[in-house]
Write a protein that binds this ligand. Structure first.
Ligand code: ATP
Ligand code: MG
Length: 190
């Protein structure tokens, strides 16, 4: 039996590539839900953010509390990349440099053997904005050890990434309170 066949039996760890994309809300929060479940199962979880601003204080506080707790596995959250401002006053080159640094960190984490689940939050968006090449992301998938699960979030995931993924969920916008002018609510949006 080959390694892949063994993994398919469910008896060997079979690292999955999961993609959360689409224009509806829930991509990052679904990844955090997976991170929570994995941590509770004793796995080592790293969450790495490619575009600053996607995480809010609620999840930062929650993950800090989990990181201190001895009840589950290991969890760490690293905010990298730069945020987009309305004025767009951050130089594109600076954005690219910050995204490349996050990419280098992702590659090091993926090959380190130190993690069981890595969330690359907003990496799809970083490709969409031209901060990263899709080939950089495909190279990360190639570097992945057998048992490592990788979650890639962000709208407009590249077709090449979707083709390589094992699981793709598209969040589809049906309704959003913003459309009725309802402001962001604590615990839901931030
Ligand atoms: P969440 O972090 O809530 O899971 P997301 O990761 O799916 O959202 P992003 O594309 O990362 O969404 O957008 C970041 C912010 O925009 C979040 O605060 C989110 O609540 C909000 N948002 C997401 N989808 C929509 C939408 N369709 N209309 C308005 N705001 C949205
Ligand atoms: Mg998000």
């Amino acid at each position: 039996m080959t390694e892949t066949e063994k993994a398919a039996t469910g008896k060997e760890p079979h690292g999955l590539v999961l993609v959360h994309t689409g224009d509806g809300k829930g991509k990052t929060t679904a990844a955090l839900g997976l991170a929570l479940r994995a941590w509770g199962d004793g796995l080592r979880v790293l969450i790495l953010q490619f575009i600053k601003g996607g995480w809010k204080y609620g999840e930062l506080h929650a993950i800090q509390a989990l990181a201190k707790s001895s009840a589950g596995g290991t969890i760490a959250l690293r905010q990298r990349g730069l945020g987009f401002t309305r004025k767009g006053n951050v130089d594109a080159e600076e954005h690219r440099r910050a995204a490349k640094e996050a990419l280098d960190e992702a590659r090091a984490a993926i090959t380190s053997g130190a993690w069981d689940l890595i969330v690359l939050d907003e990496i799809n968006y970083a490709v969409k904005f031209g901060l990263l090449d899709v080939s950089d992301v495909l190279a990360l998938l190639d570097a992945r050890p057998q048992g490592l699960h990788l979650v890639l979030t962000g709208r407009d995931a590249a077709p090449e990434v979707i083709a390589r993924a094992d699981l793709v969920t598209e969040m589809h916008l049906v309704k959003h309170p913003f459309q009725k002018g309802i402001q962001a609510q604590k615990g839901i949006e931030f």
